[in-house]
Design a protein around this ligand. Structure first.
Ligand SMILES: CC(C)(COP(=O)(O)OP(=O)(O)OC[C@H]1O[C@@H](n2cnc3c(N)ncnc32)[C@H](O)[C@@H]1OP(=O)(O)O)[C@@H](O)C(=O)NCCC(=O)NCCS
Length: 193
Protein backbone atom coordinates (compact mmCIF):
# COMPACT_ATOMS: atom_id res chain seq x y z
CA UNK A 1 0.00 0.00 0.00
CA UNK A 2 2.77 2.43 1.06
CA UNK A 3 4.73 1.57 -2.09
CA UNK A 4 1.66 2.15 -4.28
CA UNK A 5 1.15 5.60 -2.74
CA UNK A 6 4.81 6.43 -3.32
CA UNK A 7 4.57 5.38 -6.97
CA UNK A 8 1.45 7.54 -7.44
CA UNK A 9 3.15 10.53 -5.75
CA UNK A 10 6.15 10.08 -8.06
CA UNK A 11 3.94 10.19 -11.18
CA UNK A 12 1.97 13.15 -9.83
CA UNK A 13 5.28 14.96 -9.25
CA UNK A 14 6.27 14.42 -12.89
CA UNK A 15 2.91 15.88 -13.96
CA UNK A 16 3.16 18.90 -11.62
CA UNK A 17 6.66 19.65 -12.91
CA UNK A 18 5.69 19.12 -16.56
CA UNK A 19 5.20 22.84 -17.46
CA UNK A 20 8.70 23.62 -16.09
CA UNK A 21 10.16 20.50 -17.72
CA UNK A 22 8.65 21.42 -21.10
CA UNK A 23 9.92 25.00 -20.79
CA UNK A 24 13.41 23.60 -20.09
CA UNK A 25 13.23 21.23 -23.08
CA UNK A 26 12.09 24.03 -25.41
CA UNK A 27 14.81 26.45 -24.23
CA UNK A 28 17.43 23.67 -24.43
CA UNK A 29 17.03 23.50 -28.20
CA UNK A 30 18.61 26.94 -28.61
CA UNK A 31 20.67 27.55 -25.43
CA UNK A 32 23.79 26.13 -23.74
CA UNK A 33 22.22 23.11 -22.08
CA UNK A 34 24.44 22.95 -18.96
CA UNK A 35 24.00 26.65 -18.09
CA UNK A 36 20.25 26.25 -18.57
CA UNK A 37 20.14 23.02 -16.57
CA UNK A 38 22.06 24.72 -13.78
CA UNK A 39 19.57 27.64 -13.68
CA UNK A 40 16.57 25.30 -13.46
CA UNK A 41 18.38 23.27 -10.80
CA UNK A 42 18.87 26.44 -8.71
CA UNK A 43 15.18 27.26 -8.99
CA UNK A 44 13.84 23.86 -7.97
CA UNK A 45 16.48 23.40 -5.25
CA UNK A 46 14.43 25.90 -3.20
CA UNK A 47 11.37 23.66 -2.89
CA UNK A 48 11.41 22.57 0.76
CA UNK A 49 10.96 19.24 2.51
CA UNK A 50 10.00 15.81 1.24
CA UNK A 51 7.54 17.31 -1.25
CA UNK A 52 10.43 19.34 -2.67
CA UNK A 53 12.45 16.16 -3.11
CA UNK A 54 9.60 14.43 -4.98
CA UNK A 55 9.11 17.47 -7.24
CA UNK A 56 12.83 17.76 -8.02
CA UNK A 57 12.95 14.10 -8.95
CA UNK A 58 9.87 14.64 -11.17
CA UNK A 59 11.94 17.18 -13.13
CA UNK A 60 15.27 15.32 -13.12
CA UNK A 61 13.72 12.00 -14.23
CA UNK A 62 13.11 13.58 -17.62
CA UNK A 63 15.98 16.06 -17.89
CA UNK A 64 18.99 14.15 -16.52
CA UNK A 65 20.84 11.41 -18.41
CA UNK A 66 19.38 9.00 -15.87
CA UNK A 67 17.67 9.53 -12.52
CA UNK A 68 16.00 6.68 -10.64
CA UNK A 69 12.62 7.68 -9.14
CA UNK A 70 13.38 6.00 -5.80
CA UNK A 71 15.94 8.50 -4.45
CA UNK A 72 16.09 11.57 -2.18
CA UNK A 73 17.46 14.93 -3.35
CA UNK A 74 17.42 17.31 -0.39
CA UNK A 75 16.84 21.06 -0.13
CA UNK A 76 19.30 23.46 -1.80
CA UNK A 77 21.19 20.76 -3.62
CA UNK A 78 22.45 21.98 -6.98
CA UNK A 79 23.35 20.08 -10.15
CA UNK A 80 25.45 21.72 -12.84
CA UNK A 81 25.57 19.08 -15.60
CA UNK A 82 22.63 17.36 -17.27
CA UNK A 83 24.67 14.25 -18.13
CA UNK A 84 24.49 13.10 -14.53
CA UNK A 85 23.35 9.59 -13.56
CA UNK A 86 21.78 8.67 -10.22
CA UNK A 87 20.99 5.07 -9.31
CA UNK A 88 18.24 3.55 -7.16
CA UNK A 89 18.19 4.21 -3.42
CA UNK A 90 20.60 7.15 -3.49
CA UNK A 91 20.29 9.85 -0.78
CA UNK A 92 21.80 13.30 -1.38
CA UNK A 93 21.85 15.60 1.64
CA UNK A 94 21.04 19.33 1.70
CA UNK A 95 23.29 22.01 0.20
CA UNK A 96 25.28 19.59 -1.89
CA UNK A 97 26.81 20.61 -5.19
CA UNK A 98 26.96 17.92 -7.83
CA UNK A 99 28.95 18.13 -11.08
CA UNK A 100 29.36 15.62 -13.91
CA UNK A 101 29.07 12.26 -12.22
CA UNK A 102 27.55 8.84 -11.92
CA UNK A 103 26.23 7.97 -8.46
CA UNK A 104 25.65 4.24 -8.24
CA UNK A 105 22.77 2.62 -6.29
CA UNK A 106 22.38 2.99 -2.51
CA UNK A 107 25.03 5.70 -2.05
CA UNK A 108 24.57 8.17 0.83
CA UNK A 109 25.90 11.69 0.41
CA UNK A 110 25.80 13.84 3.55
CA UNK A 111 25.16 17.58 3.68
CA UNK A 112 27.32 20.02 1.78
CA UNK A 113 29.08 17.39 -0.29
CA UNK A 114 30.74 18.71 -3.44
CA UNK A 115 31.27 16.31 -6.31
CA UNK A 116 33.38 18.16 -8.85
CA UNK A 117 33.79 17.20 -12.49
CA UNK A 118 37.38 16.09 -11.90
CA UNK A 119 40.29 18.38 -11.01
CA UNK A 120 40.90 20.34 -14.19
CA UNK A 121 37.92 22.60 -14.95
CA UNK A 122 40.56 25.26 -15.68
CA UNK A 123 43.92 24.72 -17.37
CA UNK A 124 46.67 27.05 -16.08
CA UNK A 125 49.94 26.24 -17.93
CA UNK A 126 50.06 29.51 -19.95
CA UNK A 127 51.26 32.34 -17.71
CA UNK A 128 50.43 35.02 -20.33
CA UNK A 129 46.72 34.14 -20.61
CA UNK A 130 44.15 34.54 -17.83
CA UNK A 131 43.19 31.18 -16.36
CA UNK A 132 39.54 31.79 -17.26
CA UNK A 133 40.50 31.88 -20.98
CA UNK A 134 42.62 28.71 -21.04
CA UNK A 135 39.78 26.23 -21.28
CA UNK A 136 39.51 23.11 -19.14
CA UNK A 137 38.34 19.53 -18.91
CA UNK A 138 35.21 18.14 -17.25
CA UNK A 139 35.66 14.51 -16.24
CA UNK A 140 32.85 12.24 -15.09
CA UNK A 141 33.34 11.08 -11.50
CA UNK A 142 31.90 7.73 -10.41
CA UNK A 143 30.77 7.05 -6.86
CA UNK A 144 30.56 3.28 -6.50
CA UNK A 145 27.46 1.59 -5.11
CA UNK A 146 26.77 1.52 -1.38
CA UNK A 147 29.34 4.20 -0.56
CA UNK A 148 28.84 6.76 2.22
CA UNK A 149 30.26 10.27 1.78
CA UNK A 150 30.49 12.29 5.02
CA UNK A 151 29.34 15.89 5.41
CA UNK A 152 31.34 18.55 3.62
CA UNK A 153 33.55 16.16 1.63
CA UNK A 154 35.06 17.42 -1.63
CA UNK A 155 35.19 14.69 -4.26
CA UNK A 156 37.49 15.18 -7.28
CA UNK A 157 38.27 11.53 -8.11
CA UNK A 158 36.43 8.21 -8.46
CA UNK A 159 35.18 6.42 -5.36
CA UNK A 160 35.03 2.61 -5.43
CA UNK A 161 32.14 0.44 -4.24
CA UNK A 162 31.24 0.11 -0.51
CA UNK A 163 33.59 2.94 0.53
CA UNK A 164 33.35 5.45 3.39
CA UNK A 165 34.67 8.97 2.98
CA UNK A 166 35.18 10.86 6.26
CA UNK A 167 33.45 14.18 6.90
CA UNK A 168 35.38 17.12 5.49
CA UNK A 169 37.72 14.98 3.39
CA UNK A 170 39.26 16.15 0.15
CA UNK A 171 39.48 13.24 -2.27
CA UNK A 172 42.03 13.89 -5.04
CA UNK A 173 42.96 10.30 -5.99
CA UNK A 174 40.75 7.34 -6.92
CA UNK A 175 39.61 5.30 -3.90
CA UNK A 176 39.62 1.48 -4.08
CA UNK A 177 36.54 -0.64 -3.26
CA UNK A 178 35.85 -1.22 0.48
CA UNK A 179 38.18 1.61 1.59
CA UNK A 180 37.63 4.04 4.46
CA UNK A 181 39.50 7.28 3.71
CA UNK A 182 39.62 10.63 5.51
CA UNK A 183 41.53 13.90 5.72
CA UNK A 184 42.95 16.49 3.37
CA UNK A 185 44.17 15.02 1.12
CA UNK A 186 42.11 11.90 1.91
CA UNK A 187 44.27 8.94 2.98
CA UNK A 188 43.38 5.32 3.67
CA UNK A 189 42.36 4.76 7.32
CA UNK A 190 41.43 1.11 6.93
CA UNK A 191 39.79 -1.43 4.61
CA UNK A 192 36.31 -2.72 5.38
CA UNK A 193 37.38 -6.25 4.46
C1 LIG B 1 35.31 8.16 8.88
C2 LIG B 1 34.38 7.88 10.05
C3 LIG B 1 33.18 7.05 9.59
C4 LIG B 1 35.11 7.13 11.17
O1 LIG B 1 35.61 5.91 10.72
P1 LIG B 1 36.39 4.94 11.75
O2 LIG B 1 36.84 3.78 10.95
O3 LIG B 1 35.54 4.68 12.94
O4 LIG B 1 37.65 5.84 12.10
P2 LIG B 1 38.27 6.15 13.55
O5 LIG B 1 37.35 7.04 14.31
O6 LIG B 1 38.72 4.87 14.17
O7 LIG B 1 39.53 7.02 13.16
C5 LIG B 1 40.67 6.46 12.51
C6 LIG B 1 41.62 7.59 12.15
O8 LIG B 1 41.02 8.42 11.16
C7 LIG B 1 40.91 9.77 11.63
N1 LIG B 1 39.63 10.30 11.14
C8 LIG B 1 38.39 9.79 11.33
N2 LIG B 1 37.48 10.54 10.71
C9 LIG B 1 38.14 11.56 10.14
C10 LIG B 1 37.74 12.68 9.37
N3 LIG B 1 36.46 12.88 9.04
N4 LIG B 1 38.70 13.51 8.91
C11 LIG B 1 40.01 13.31 9.22
N5 LIG B 1 40.45 12.27 9.94
C12 LIG B 1 39.51 11.41 10.40
C13 LIG B 1 40.96 9.68 13.15
O9 LIG B 1 41.44 10.86 13.71
C14 LIG B 1 41.92 8.53 13.34
O10 LIG B 1 43.23 9.00 13.13
P3 LIG B 1 44.49 8.41 14.01
O11 LIG B 1 44.53 6.93 13.67
O12 LIG B 1 45.65 9.18 13.51
O13 LIG B 1 44.11 8.65 15.43
C15 LIG B 1 33.89 9.18 10.74
O14 LIG B 1 34.96 9.85 11.37
C16 LIG B 1 33.24 10.15 9.79
O15 LIG B 1 33.85 11.07 9.23
N6 LIG B 1 31.92 9.94 9.60
C17 LIG B 1 31.08 10.78 8.76
C18 LIG B 1 30.02 11.47 9.65
C19 LIG B 1 29.11 12.32 8.83
O16 LIG B 1 29.51 13.09 7.96
N7 LIG B 1 27.81 12.20 9.13
C20 LIG B 1 26.77 12.99 8.47
C21 LIG B 1 26.40 12.48 7.14
S1 LIG B 1 25.25 11.15 7.19
Amino acid sequence: MKLTIKIIVRYVSVIIMLPLTLLYLILKSFMDSDALFSSFSQLISLLPGQVGSYLRIGFYRITMLSCHPNIVISFATLFSQCDTEIGEGVYIGPQSNIGKCKIEPNCLLGSGVHVMSGKFQHFFSDLDTPIKEQGGKYTQITIGEDSWIGNGALIMANIGRHCIIGAGSVVIDDVEDYSIVAGNPAKLIKKRR
